[in-house]
Design a protein around this ligand. Structure first.
Ligand code: UD1
Ligand code: CA
Length: 482
């Protein structure tokens, strides 16, 4: 379905979005890891237009800064006053010198479900039919608030678009609506915009009037009906935002399942548009896959896990875990109840076990940190075992320091590694040690107070107590046996 490359796509995003009741401009609200306008820009890019212009107005600095981060090739045009969609398109064209030779596609910044495919279909129909304007329409169950598509009863040709507020009762019964997406002949659009009036219920310049202006001037006007009316859902409030999130999430999960990923419970799984995966990955209920997270073949994630910008290796198992910016190696196991923070790199077959937190830590192949530990700013070699309840003491209150532990070490439970400190290969450490000095390879390090037993202390200091009585009968029992 290849069509000519459009001269320009103009995205309308100057409105405030009052009905969102938010400090944040409407088009910056996010679903599936992208802003609303970010989704629209991504779909527009699929057309490979010569120019991509976004019309901004409300909180324009904030929206412009966001757009620069989203797509460094797009241009923005500033609409000082929101005087209607027709005026907004004019502002967009002014940014391109007032007009554009070829096809100009116009989309609204608040329709995040619109796909590049649908835009391409619209653009192709427009070119094939040699229209002056082609409008993307859809049949919807409830047309309230939308502009209605009025067709000639005899020929079925589109004659005009009437806004809900300006429509008669008969017109309000029409269920075919204007999606707000159009393909235009750029030069005819520029001319027609000059003729748009403001004698309507909102006193605005309606882009929709361009259609009847062009038709009355004898130009070809066409329509392209969207196959799925959900795609053209415009977000005006938070109920619609949530509905769009649900629909997009479902679409993205279906794409993952089609590619060979098992999603046990799509209703409780969230996935961002930027997540990637390989076949036979499994996602258990209550899991969020965010940002640039990647699931390799046979990786198994969840239940109840939140992974952001995390790479999960082949056959790795991640259970009840929160992870951000981590790399989990092949066949590694994480959790249940682990927290991996940025810079964590888990080697092949390594383990970050139950109630284990890691940050900026490289864990070697086959190395295990099984229980109740914090590993921060560390490098650990291969096949080492870190005892339960160990803490890598990385912060002295001013600066962070690094701990290095070698390969094939066995560190005792309840160790404190006070950084900076280096522990050589093949080292053992005693349970309860506070390691403050480097340990040479092959040594046993013991760093704790000697145990001292003060016999008879309870009988002397706590006479008559339950403890004293227990001690007394233990002594008697012992005597009886001997
Ligand atoms: C518009 C259409 C309506 C269509 C509906 C689809 C017009 C007159 N009406 O109505 O036929 O069914 O979209 O969702 O075009 N904007 C600007 N500058 C302005 C005004 C609007 O940039 O001066 C932007 C808004 O930020 C928004 C888009 O244009 O992204 C649409 O504006 P909105 O006010 O939401 O139009 P609707 O009343 O929904
Ligand atoms: Ca709207």
């Amino acid at each position: 379905m290849s069509s000519e490359r459009p001269a320009a796509v103009v995205v309308l995003a100057a409105g405030e979005g009052t009905r969102m009741k938010s400090k944040t401009p409407k088009v910056l609200h996010e679903i599936a890891g992208r802003s609303l306008v970010g989704h629209v820009v991504a779909a527009a890019r699929e057309l490979d237009p010569t120019h991509l212009v976004v019309v901004v107005g409300h909180e324009s600095e904030r929206v412009t800064a966001h757009l620069a981060a989203v797509d460094d090739r797009l241009r923005t045009a500033h609409q000082a006053e929101q005087r209607g969609t027709g005026n907004a398109v004019r502002v967009g064209l002014d940014e391109l010198g007032g007009t554009a030779e070829g096809t100009v596609v116009v989309v609204c910044g608040d329709t995040p479900l619109l796909s590049g495919e649908t835009l391409a279909a619209l653009s192709a129909t427009h070119t094939t039919d040699a229209n002056a304007v082609t409008v993307l329409t859809a049949e919807v169950p409830d047309a309230t608030g939308y502009g209605r598509i009025v067709r000639d009863p005899a020929t079925g040709a589109v004659t005009e678009i009437v806004e809900h507020k300006d429509a008669s009762d008969a017109q309000r019964a029409i269920r075919e609506i204007n999606s707000g997406v159009f393909a235009f002949d750029g030069r005819l659009l520029a001319d027609a915009l000059g003729q748009v009036r403001t004698d309507n219920s909102q006193g605005e310049e309606y882009l929709t009037d361009v259609l009847s202006i062009l038709r009355e001037a004898g130009h070809r006007v066409g329509a392209c009906v969207a196959g799925d009316h959900h795609e053209i859902l415009g977000i005006n409030n938070r109920v619609q935002l949530t509905e769009a999130r649900r629909l997009l999430n479902q679409r993205l999960l279906e794409r993952a399942m089609t590619a060979g990923v098992t999603v046990v419970d799509p209703a409780s799984t969230l996935i961002d548009v930027t997540v990637t995966y390989e076949r036979d990955a499994v996602v258990h209920p209550g899991t969020q896959l965010l940002g640039t997270t990647h699931l390799s073949e046979d990786a198994e994630v969840g239940p109840n896990s939140r992974l952001k910008d995390t790479r999960v290796g082949v056959g790795a198992r991640v259970d009840n875990t929160v992870s951000e910016g981590a790399e989990i190696g092949e066949a590694a196991t994480v959790g249940p109840y682990a927290y991996l923070r940025p810079g964590t790199r888990l080697g092949t077959r390594s383990k970050a076990g139950t109630y284990v937190e890691m940050k900026n830590a490289a864990i070697g192949e086959g190395t295990k940190v099984p229980h109740l530990s914090y590993v921060g700013d560390a490098t650990i070699g291969d096949h080492t075992n870190i005892g339960a309840a160990s803490v890598f003491v990385n912060y002295d209150g001013v600066a962070k320091h690094h701990t290095t532990i070698g390969s094939h070490c066995r560190t005792g439970s309840d160790n404190m590694f006070v950084a900076p400190v280096t522990i050589g290969d093949g080292v053992y450490t005693a349970a309860g040690s506070v390691i403050t000095k480097d340990v040479p390879p092959g040594s046993l390090a013991v760093a704790r107070g000697q145990q001292r037993n003060i016999e008879g202390w309870v009988a002397r200091k706590r006479p008559g107590s339950a403890a004293a009585q227990a001690a007394q009968s233990a002594a008697a029992g012992h005597d009886g046996e001997s």
